[in-house]
Design a protein around this ligand. Structure first.
Ligand SMILES: [Zn+2]
Length: 430
């Protein structure tokens, strides 16, 4: 029996983490798991029913755009974090392509401070270069001193080979990870969708798969040269998956993520000319979708990341060529993973919780085993809940989901962050 009286007990579920699964109740007090046992007497504690559900470490999304500062009309740290909680996430890593970019201690502090009031844990990445312009390295040591563990110019890749080499050398010394949005701009410039049969048919300028693959290739080489880890963001092509698979077989220090839209949608969707399907990297071909799924299944790809990218209706109503890139992702990722991938649930949760937590450097608080003494960051997943995506019922400030009307099976029922039940029975509590 624990010494401390629990304030919350999760009852009747199957606990599942990287150590395996067992039937157990989970008791929480003061933000910490205090007991995991077969039948816990709740006493006066609040009870969350987990019957028929999995009790697992909270999901971790290492790629979200929260739009604050600068584009608060599309999303804020507060609303993005709430959408994440509803999706089963207890931690998100905010990308630095805000306005201004997260390239200084002042902006990083602002994001982290606002994050402290959010319903889940909001971590920040820092940009690799000042203003994400690809010209001059950001003050990485100062940002690392604030606790920033991941650097990226996401939205763009670092084009200059020599600058990227120097960034990786600094990263080695600081013990941080460089994450790359792989896109050679000389090849992608002017493109609005994947270059292939559909772009020719629709008369829309294309972005070839090679624009991504050349940078994946370069960064595998630079990681080898410097010994520094590289994390590949939102891989979208069969060629990229093959490159990472081979690099890992050769012992390279690389990790990779893929997004739900790249394992569920193809360039054929663009035939509607609906900008909701405009995203970067673009939706590719069915062979690429198959390769991403295979990479997720065989361990080539380490994490599912949403690349949650809210945009106001106004901007997404522009003609396809003029509309901004990006889709919502936080509230649909778990359901899409459970419905579309056909993976054992243990494998899916590894991709959505403990592995992204490790890449983000936050395993002290997220993604760890469900055991006494660990912070209570948990999600109760109902694997049988069937629901239909309704853009107007999503919690995000924006509406740009490409999945409206799609039926999914599997949903977060309760989300517990630092011991607080922030989502109960699918409803946000604050
Ligand atoms: Zn990106």
């Amino acid at each position: 029996m624990p010494d401390q009286k629990p304030d919350l007990v999760i009852k009747g579920g199957t606990v599942l983490d990287e150590t395996g699964r067992r039937s157990a109740d989970v008791a929480v007090a003061d933000g910490v798991i205090v007991e995991v046992a077969e039948s816990i007497d709740a006493g006066s504690a609040a009870v969350l029913d987990a019957g028929g559900c999995l009790v697992t470490p909270g999901l971790v999304d290492l790629h979200v755009h929260l739009r604050e500062p600068g584009r608060e009309e599309a999303e804020t740290i507060e609303t993005g974090a709430r959408a994440a909680a509803l999706g089963g996430f207890t931690a998100v890593l905010a990308m630095p392509n805000t306005e201004p970019a997260i390239d200084s201690v002042a902006v990083a502090r602002e994001v982290l401070d606002k994050g402290r009031d959010a319903v889940i844990d909001v971590y920040s990445s820092g940009s690799i270069t000042v203003g994400r312009k690809g010209e001059q390295l950001s003050p990485m040591a100062e940002l690392a001193a604030l606790g920033i563990r991941v650097f990226t110019d996401d939205g763009s890749g670092v084009q200059d080979d020599r600058l990227m080499r120097r960034a990786l050398e600094y990263a080695s010394g600081l013990g941080v990870t460089m994450a790359q949005h792989c896109e050679v701009e000389a090849l992608s410039k002017g493109g609005h969708m994947h270059e292939g049969a559909w772009s020719s048919r629709l008369g829309i300028a294309g972005i070839p798969a090679e624009a991504e693959e050349l940078m994946v290739m370069r960064d595998i080489a630079l990681s080898r040269l410097t010994g520094a880890p590289v994390h590949f963001q939102h891989l979208s092509t069969a060629g990229s998956v093959a490159l990472v698979r081979q690099a890992k077989a050769d012992g390279a220090n690389v990790t990779a993520e893929a997004c739900p839209h790249h394992f569920t949608l193809t360039a054929a969707e663009v035939a509607s000319y609906d900008p909701v399907f405009k995203v970067n990297p673009p939706l590719r071909e069915s062979a690429d979708v198959a390769a991403i799924k295979a990479g997720l299944a065989d361990g080539t790809i380490d994490a599912i990341a949403t690349d949650h990218a809210p945009h106001t209706q106004e901007t997404k109503e522009a003609p396809f060529d003029e509309a901004p890139c990006g889709m919502l992702g936080l509230e649909t990722a778990l359901g899409l993973g459970m419905t579309e991938l056909g993976l054992p649930i243990e494998r899916l949760l590894a991709l959505m919780s403990w592995q992204p937590a490790a890449i983000s450097g936050i395993r002290d608080a997220h993604g760890g085993p469900v055991q006494e003494g660990r912070p209570a960051n948990l999600v109760v997943v109902d694997p049988d809940a069937t629901w239909v995506v309704d853009a107007y019922r999503l919690s995000s400030k924006s509406r740009n989901t490409p999945y409206a009307g799609r039926t999914l099976t599997g949903r977060a029922r309760h989300t517990i962050c630092n011991g607080e039940a922030v989502v109960i029975d699918g409803e946000a509590q604050r």
